[in-house]
Ligand binder design. Structure first.
Ligand SMILES: NC(=O)c1ccc[n+]([C@@H]2O[C@H](COP(=O)([O-])OP(=O)(O)OC[C@H]3O[C@@H](n4cnc5c(N)ncnc54)[C@H](OP(=O)(O)O)[C@@H]3O)[C@@H](O)[C@H]2O)c1
Length: 284
């Protein structure tokens, strides 16, 4: 990873934090996307400690923004591509769950906005910098939570029957469908895109919940794996020569596995792409 530039969202906590530190220790220069200045600065300090040999002019960087907001995503993409004309790896990893339905200033349901729109808009905004690297990789953190998920194109913002698990599962299904449609558009560019399940990991995911949801997450975390273990597949997809040319697959424990039937539906992938582009105000 020496000399490689890795952009990562959700690198201030959990599996993203560990993945960023591992890739930094392997020689990569890390570009974090963070929403909180104090968490961003703390993550930068940890990255510097993980890579003491990095030359001062090659330092890790952080760009601030809330990835659930379209205006922030547009600004972040502009700032990052100006600072980084060549990006070797983009890791779309920021994610969250919400016990109650919340609508963003863009009129989007917050889980959909954070977990899906951010992957789409950031990848779109950074595509030229990825192409400039020659053989770049896009790594999208999804989840096995997608297996039981459905997607209702007439109610993408979940106005009917919102639940944390339905919204989260659907957003993680979107991550795989997005990867599928992206791969078609990347043909001939040298850029690969894959998605993954990290395992069930003891991170801060779900910590903000209250009541039954909070209790459930706390109980489930007793049987969860560590963030160090959970980060392994991200690091593998971002760095291993074994997958330099692999594209369009869904990985778990560093091996390709079949996602759900719905996640392999090209018509759904294309429809999601069109609907997402429209919501993001992106013309193709
Ligand atoms: N934990 C699991 O069992 C599990 C299983 C399957 C998939 N995943 C996926 O793994 C990914 C990482 O989650 P994690 O488990 O490592 O959870 P985590 O510890 O809560 O980390 C989530 C990361 O996303 C960032 N983030 C969330 N909302 C954001 C926003 N609006 N703007 C900017 N950054 C935002 C957080 O920033 P802050 O540091 O500021 O909070 C944090 O860095 C997610 O995509 C999740 O769906 C997790």
């Amino acid at each position: 990873m020496q000399g490689k530039v890795v952009v990562i969202t959700g690198g201030t906590s959990g599996i993203g934090q560990v993945a960023a530190e591992r890739l930094a220790a392997m020689g990569a220069r890390i570009v974090l996307v963070a929403r909180s200045q104090s968490r961003g600065e703390a993550a930068l300090t940890r990255l510097r400690e993980a890579s003491p040999k990095l030359a001062p002019k090659e330092k890790h960087r952080v760009h601030y923004g809330d990835v659930s907001r379209l205006a922030d995503l547009d600004r972040l993409a502009t700032e990052i591509r100006t600072a980084e004309p060549r990006i070797d790896v983009l890791i779309n990893n920021a994610g969250a769950v919400f016990g109650e339905r919340v609508v963003t200033e863009d009129g989007l349901e917050l889980t959909f906005a954070t977990n899906h729109m951010s992957y789409f808009v950031l990848t779109h905004g950074l595509r030229e910098a990825l192409a400039a690297a020659g053989a770049a990789r896009v790594v999208n953190t999804s989840s096995h939570a997608h297996y039981r998920a459905k997607i209702d194109f007439d109610d993408l913002q979940m106005q009917k029957n919102y639940s944390l698990f339905r919204a989260y599962g659907c957003s993680k299904l979107c991550n795989i469908l997005f990867t599928r449609a992206l791969v078609r558009r990347l043909e001939g560019t040298g850029i690969t895109a894959n998605s993954l399940h990290p395992g069930f990991v003891n991170t801060r995911l779900g910590d903000q919940g209250t009541g039954f949801i909070a209790m459930l997450f706390r109980l489930m975390k007793n049987i969860a794996i560590t963030p160090e273990k959970g980060a392994e597949t991200i690091v593998y997809l971002a760095s291993s020569p074994d997958v330099a040319k692999t594209s369009g697959l869904y990985f778990y424990k560093c091996k390709p596995v079949d996602p759900s039937k719905l996640a392999q539906d090209d018509a759904a992938a294309e429809r999601l792409w069109r609907e997402t582009a429209k919501l993001a105000g992106i013309k193709e």
